[in-house]
Design a protein around this ligand. Sequence first.
Ligand code: MSP
Length: 646
Amino acid sequence: MADKKPFYITTPIYYPSGNPHIGHCYTTIACDCVARMKRMQGYDVMFLTGTDEHGQKIEKKAQEEGTTPKAYVDAIVENFKKLWARLGISYDRYVRTTDDYHIKTVQNIFEKLYKDGWIYKSEYKGKYCTPCESFWTESQLVDGKCPDCGRDVTDASEEAYFFKLSHFAPKLKELLLDEEKNFLNPKSRVNEMIHNFIDPGLQDLCVSRTSFTWGIPVTFDEKHIVYVWIDALTNYISAMGFMNDTYNDYEKYWPADMHVMAKEIVRFHSLIWPSILMALGEPLPKKVYGHGWITFGDGGKMSKSKGNVIDPFVLCDRYGVDALRFHLLREMVFGSDMPYSNEMMFNRYNADLANDLGNLVSRTVAMAIKYFDGTLPVDKEFTDADNDLVSQLDALQPVVSEAFETCRFSDGLEAIFRVVARANKYIDENEPWKLAKDETAKPRLAAVLYNLLDAVRRVSILLTPVMPHTAPQIFEQIGATEENTGWYDSEKKYLLPADVTVKKGPVLFPRIDVEKELAELEALAPKKEEPASDLEPLKELTKFDNFAALDLRAVKVLECENVPKSDKLLKFKVNDGFGERQVLSGIAKYYKPEDLIGKTLAMIVNLEPRKMMGFESNGMILSVKHGDGYRVIEFPDSVKPGSDIS
Ligand code: MSP
């Protein structure tokens, strides 16, 4: 047997900074649909998904939950995998950027790019939020403030490595404009990339950081960790074994046939990723597809913080996995955003699935049982009245294949359901119930029912990648088997045996009572929270030892001054009873330095040293929230520096 042709498709690797939601479901279901279709078409498919587990956000979330970043992501990755299992996602490999082989690949790539002169060391300048310890770009700021905490940011810089992205601008433009390659879809994104990013001048890309630690260390300069895109994008090749020994599929599957994602990361996949690959001298992926967003009410990308997440598990449990898969793929028009609405899902479900497809199957099977005890006679009379339905079915497969493999799922499904509607019309035109009354019309009745069963077979084949759980149930009811349900069997008419036997099955798509379901879902939705108190919630109980591990002392302030270029930080010299030490505190907004000199304050003295704005801080001065600011905790002058606080 000839070797199967490889086909490689990827989802983005998702951030496990929170649980997966319906937005992640869309891309993953879309890729699953293509992967399933390609397998049915005889390809050797590699379908890759995974999680992008490094970065400051994860580090912080883990800290907030009092756990390690790895333990934090492990738990969320489990939830991603559970959801993919529930949705019937047939991925072949799951890459985690914390996997050893991935780390190895990233380090090797970084080293190679550095040695070859594509990465160089320089200074990263940005806006810095001291309390969040985060760098932001001007465009990330919200009203000029830190997008995370809303506080002021200051200009700051740190040493960093840069990738020579600017060098690739002409080649990227050529790639994007190459009509034959048709690299990036939809076309509107090509213009966006050229006008918004390439033409105004591509900047070199900062690819390392020193301000946090949850990431892959740069092997030749360990205080740096690889920053975001070299870590994330390379998953597509690390998981195939590029520059690591764990896998050995790079030659076979690379270049990828399709990278699928939503529009906000198209830039990274169509500018940065090809540039990295060009610098490595490796082939470029064949296609990048950037779909729109599933949005909610306010038009924004779905956000967990807005409390509008629709729980995909609940939707699957109540309406079936395939109904959700169908809904997302049917309603989202490739390239456009889709406002999420349960009502829309119910209406489409009732119209297409319950009425059109469900009825077609159940009426056809019921008539075959009623008129022929379930087994059609071989003697049939086909007529010209069958031609229109049959010719529509003949034309369907290439239309659907083309639509699905270019991410135009709604077009493909629309085409299928036009033919389903045609088949229902064929019932009305041929009135089997009238034919049944006339003994001499039995051969015609048998032909009509056979045409209908064959139509169900042919459309259901094409629906299999979208509804992989339902299609086999339909095949069972209409007496279709593996022999006549391969992808290309959809092109061929009359593959069912002439004396096919049908079998009554459960109702495939019970009608949804829209009003009732909407009310029930509403009742299930999380209640609006009470206005938040500005008090931090009480923490969980902890062992006394955790408290005892902290060394709390009274310290006397000897010197205090503002930190240059920071409107947050004060730099102190304090006497801790044993000697002098330097400590920084983010209270410059609430105190003038001179007001604090000579005061005796509370401090944790055994925290590991930390650098802030280039100064080392040895400990933490304690303060208490007071109105919109903070007050230091003061002791009377008579308290000796170094006195224990317990
Ligand atoms: N980790 C990066 C991607 C690195 S890929 C080398 C990332 N992760 S993410 O968790 O934010 O996932 C973004 C992707 O999830 C989108 O590009 C899209 O595929 C999917 N979606 C997340 N929310 C979505 C919607 N509301 N609507 C549609 N797709 C959405 O970016």
